[in-house]
Design a protein around this ligand. Structure first.
Ligand code: HEM
Length: 501
């Protein structure tokens, strides 16, 4: 109660401060505003999901393709217009990514991920030093992507499979009881990312309460806290102190990961994974030295980008399969037909799983784990319909809105994997953007798709042997539709694995 009274007082002060200090630029006057008051209402009523935001402002997103909002003293335009999406993804010079360190200085988020590959455009100079003489800053980014890319080209399928089998072992022990799938998927994807990208075993499946896992989860929770995102509450001394302590613990974990990798390399145990590519690039290219902090920031951003996203995708897809039994059955048939005696799909079989791929894409359309792209800051004025959006405005591409627009999709709220029969997934028409697009397309899309296919195949194969099917637990809060907890992360989902009649 005291806490909420405190938040309300802060909110009133912020609204007053904002009213006095914010002047709407002329070019933005025709664009509908999400007021700070509405934001506070959404927070107090715990409507943190991006689905709620879209449906509340649907008429503006649909008619205008844009709404605006003041966030921490800056104008942010949320955009659902595919023409701007295309522009934004193709013109990095006009829409560079916003540096978190510059935009939200001293925030916990900035301290956590610093300057890194995902949140930078022209400001990557600190990442690879002394290159400004030879390359322009954009080239530096391309170079860094090139360093990371090989680690994602040929992925060690057996490591994904090992973790998936470990997860099945856990499901065995909780036979017949409802299983909370979101937590299980978070543990699974953390272990996969640790093993495949860094050669490190978080053992989150084996020990969900280990010091590593706890440190990681605590920081993750703090940076996604909606009160932090809107009110920057991590500047309040007592909260800040607690959070910085958690961050220090996590930084020790990253140091440990790097130390272990150095040890493994010294012992001749190379795995050609992402961390190794980063360390090698550091050693091999003249003067291109990542400091420990920069290396740590990039580990952090890969964790942020690669862990929770796939965990959400797997949770929502299992929810959908448990709800649409005919689609579950069709998927099972395809997996059994294509895999034959294999438990895990071979590289070739991954490509042949056409229906499963359609389900995966449709799930990512309905519930895009990253519902918005990273902020971009306009470097020149943008004419859009009746408005001139001034240079300096932040543009946030709202993927969820694009994926749910009735102008772009027939029956957008329906789960219809068949709509992807014609391979609409390439993001060419800028209406399916689950992994972003253009030169800044997700580096880990292949990684995540492999991970999802392996889990789904294994579940189909394994549960088919026992003639089980996946169902939503009786009285689930999701029985009338999936309930989102925050951004695109659902509330815990209990599923049961029961015998088919
Ligand atoms: C379902 C899973 C995933 C989804 C939906 C997803 C989504 C996205 C999106 C939308 C972007 C573009 C951001 C922007 O342009 O503002 C992105 C970028 C990125 N993703 Fe993913 N991602 C997923 C999994 C992964 C995984 C598994 C990894 C790594 C292991 C990863 C690493 C990255 C990186 C490093 C970037 C930044 C690339 C750049 O800016 O050049 N992602 N992701």
């Amino acid at each position: 109660m005291v806490f909420w009274t405190f938040i309300v007082v802060i909110a009133i002060l912020l609204i007053t401060y904002d009213k006095i200090n914010s002047k709407t630029p002329d070019g933005l006057k025709n664009i509908h505003t999400i007021t700070l008051f509405s934001r506070i209402f959404l927070i107090i009523t715990k409507q943190f999901g991006h689905d709620k935001l879209y449906f509340r402002y649907k008429q503006y997103f649909e008619n205008d393709g844009i709404v605006k909002e003041r966030i921490l003293g800056k104008w942010v335009c949320m955009v659902t217009d595919p023409a701007i999406a295309k522009d934004l993804l193709l013109k990095q010079d006009v829409y560079p990514k916003v540096s978190i360190e510059k935009t939200f200085p001293n925030s916990l988020f900035a301290k956590y991920i610093g300057t890194n590959v995902a949140f930078s455009s022209g400001d990557l100079q600190p990442i690879i030093k002394s290159t400004s003489d030879f390359f322009n800053l954009l080239m530096v980014l391309i170079l860094f992507r090139r360093v990371c890319n090989p680690a994602f080209k040929i992925l060690p399928l057996h490591l994904f499979a090992e973790a998936a089998l470990k997860m099945i072992d856990i499901l065995e022990t909780i036979d017949k009881k409802p299983v909370e799938i979101k937590n299980l998927m978070q543990r699974f994807t953390l272990d996969v990312l640790g093993k495949v990208a860094f050669g490190f075993d978080f053992n989150s499946l084996g020990n969900p309460n280990s010091a590593y896992v706890t440190a990681y989860n605590e920081v993750q929770k703090a940076i996604l806290d909606p009160l932090t995102l809107v009110f920057s509450i991590d500047h309040i001394p007592i909260i800040r102190q607690q959070r910085l302590k958690k961050l220090a613990k996590l930084n020790n974990l990253f140091k440990e990961i790097i130390k272990e990798k150095h040890k493994a390399l010294a012992a001749g145990k190379s795995r050609e994974d992402l961390l190794e590519h980063m360390l090698n690039a550091n050693e091999n290219l003249d003067n291109q030295i990542l400091s420990d902090t920069e290396l740590r920031h990039n580990l952090a951003v890969f964790m942020l980008a690669g862990h929770e996203t796939t965990a959400i995708a797997l949770s929502t897809i299992l929810y959908l399969l448990s709800t649409y039994k005919n689609i579950q059955e069709k998927a099972r048939e395809e997996v059994l037909r294509i895999l034959g005696d294999n438990l895990i799909p071979s590289a070739e079989q991954h490509k042949s799983l056409k229906y499963l791929n359609m389900i995966i894409h449709e799930n990512l359309r309905l519930y895009p784990p990253a519902p918005t792209l990273i902020y971009r800051e306009l470097t020149e004025d943008l004419k859009f319909k009746n408005s001139i959006i001034p240079a300096g405005t932040i543009i946030e591409l709202f993927l969820y809105g694009i994926h749910h627009s009735p102008k772009l999709w027939d029956n957008p709220e329906e789960f219809l994997p068949e709509r992807f029969e014609k391979e609409r997934t390439t993001s060419e028409n800028y209406t399916w953007l689950a992994f972003g697009g253009g030169t800044r397309m997700c580096l880990g899309n292949n990684f995540s798709l492999i991970e999802q296919r392996i889990v789904l195949c294994l579940l189909c194969k394994y549960f088919n042997l026992r003639k089980y099917e996946i169902s939503l637990a009786p009285n689930s809060i999701h029985k009338d539709g999936l309930k989102i907890q925050i951004q695109m992360s659902p509330h815990p989902i209990e599923l049961i694995f029961k015998r088919r009649d």
